[in-house]
Unconditional design. Structure first.
Length: 95
């Protein structure tokens, strides 16, 4: 039984990698539109891939994989911007 589950998960992984390779540039391009800092965009892309893999069982086969990845990436970009906005200290020039 464990071998069957393991084989199924390995097939899912191979299928995921195939789709990711086809659409990775498009997803990353959209992340770069939100976050022009390439280093930060690369970090968000890595996080996006991890979330996509964790949620892959929820992905509807045959639907638009790139759009699904872009939606996840957009959410993570907005989350990053909210976190960063909160951590910014604004000083008044009025003294």
């Amino acid at each position: 039984m464990d071998k069957v589950v393991s084989e199924k998960r390995e097939q899912e992984y191979e299928q995921f990698l195939k789709l990711l390779r086809l659409h990775e540039k498009k997803v990353f391009g959209h992340i770069l539109l939100f976050l022009p800092n390439r280093a930060i965009a690369e970090d968000i892309m890595q996080e996006t891939i991890l979330v996509m893999w964790r949620k892959y069982p929820e992905y509807q086969q045959g639907s638009n994989f790139a759009a699904w990845g872009i939606a996840i990436g957009r959410f993570l970009c907005m989350e990053y911007c909210r976190r960063e906005h909160r951590s910014v200290v604004h000083f008044s020039t009025d003294a």
